[in-house]
Write a protein of this length. Structure first.
Length: 359
């Protein structure tokens, strides 16, 4: 990594948690990610969900076809080097045989746990992880297939701001006791409890952290009226939690790495009576992460978080290409083109960042 007053050059990062959607939506957003990262773990919560290896292979091809057909890739063929890393959606009916097939495919790299009803398109998720999925988890442990967890309970009795902490007690602790060698990624952690659990846990445990949870606390959702484009799940938390996440991300611990959870929703679906959860950050992810790391004087820790610790955890080679961020005022657009002539609002639209990705 090279840092000067005006530039940061680092090994090209990977995004270890990404939503690309499908169809026309996919065609609008895939190039944004390819401009920023070499690889990305692709979330499987489509409708219907990507729950089999065959579905994952078909979805992967649609991603590659959409990228190839994009104007950005036609102008810059290097974007075609982007590699989608596929995942399966864990259900109550997933079989151990499906895990063996997925591992043998060499394109499925993890299995995703959505507690039923936890977030967008999660209704087909698991209702009782240890009760219904123990044989699958045992098979995953045997073949080295990571489990990616959306770490919130869905009990309506539990306050929405406490659901991650309760998930640790109710799910993570018994899961780790029963399957101590299972690789687990605690996705998009949002709390001090989550950060400290991952920091201190025994065995192969890691976490992704989003740019919005590093940069903003829950006040961002309510400043000058309701701000739906800062609403995501898990929701932004108090400042004490944001500070704990910054400390974890910039600590140099290989247990924490980049995962944007970038989730595109049309402006019309965010700005309505029941707005969708999700922040779109694929367009400017690295600039956002650089802003967060610079805010605490830790730019020298950025490359490990964005480029090294993720592939190390997944037992994949580190990238060799580099990217450069230049110190230049970057005005985030108010909106971007999206499906059916609509628009997509990027995270922190209308604000200015200190860094911009060099073409």
């Amino acid at each position: 990594m090279q840092i000067t007053e005006d530039k940061i050059t680092l090994i090209q990062p990977d995004d270890w948690h990404l939503h690309l959607r499908d169809g026309e939506a996919l065609s609008h957003v895939v190039a944004d990610t390819a401009k920023q990262v070499k690889r990305a773990i692709i979330m499987p919560n489509l409708v219907p969900p990507v729950s089999t290896t065959e579905q994952a292979l078909a979805y992967r091809q649609r991603i590659l076809d959409a990228l190839k057909g994009s104007a950005a890739a036609k102008a810059d063929s290097s974007l075609l080097g982007f590699e989608p890393l596929m995942t399966l959606y864990l259900t109550d009916n997933t079989s151990p045989e499906e895990i063996i097939k997925a591992k043998a495919s060499e394109v499925v790299h993890a299995v995703k746990l959505y507690p039923a009803g936890a977030t967008t398109n999660s209704d087909a998720g698991v209702t009782d992880l240890l009760g219904h999925c123990s044989e699958v988890l045992e098979q995953m442990q045997q073949v080295g297939m990571p489990l990616l967890v959306h770490g919130e309970v869905t009990d309506p009795e539990i306050d929405v701001f406490d659901r991650e902490a309760v998930f640790i007690d109710r799910v993570m602790l018994p899961l780790r006791q029963l399957f101590p060698e299972l690789k687990v990624v605690f996705e998009h952690i949002t709390t001090k409890e989550g950060a400290h659990y991952v920091r201190d846990a025994e065995g192969p445990v890691a976490a992704t952290i989003t740019p919005q949870h590093l940069l903003y606390n829950r006040n961002a959702i309510f400043t000058n009226g309701l701000q739906p484009h800062y609403y995501c799940l898990p929701v932004l938390k108090r400042e004490v939690h944001r500070e704990a996440l910054i400390e974890a991300a910039t600590s140099g611990s290989p247990r924490f790495f980049m995962g944007t959870d970038s989730a595109p929703h049309a402006r019309s679906l965010k700005e309505q009576t029941c707005g969708c959860a999700g922040c779109y950050s694929a367009f400017h992810a690295l600039e956002l992460y650089a802003q967060a790391f610079e805010s605490v004087g830790k730019l020298d820790r950025l490359e490990g978080f964005t480029s090294f610790y993720g592939p190390d955890f997944y037992n994949l080679p580190r990238n060799t290409e580099t990217i450069t961020l230049k110190r230049q005022a970057f005005n985030i657009p108010e909106e971007l083109p999206f499906v059916n002539g609509g628009t997509l609002v990027p995270l922190a639209a209308g604000t200015t960042l200190n860094w911009q990705l060099e073409a």
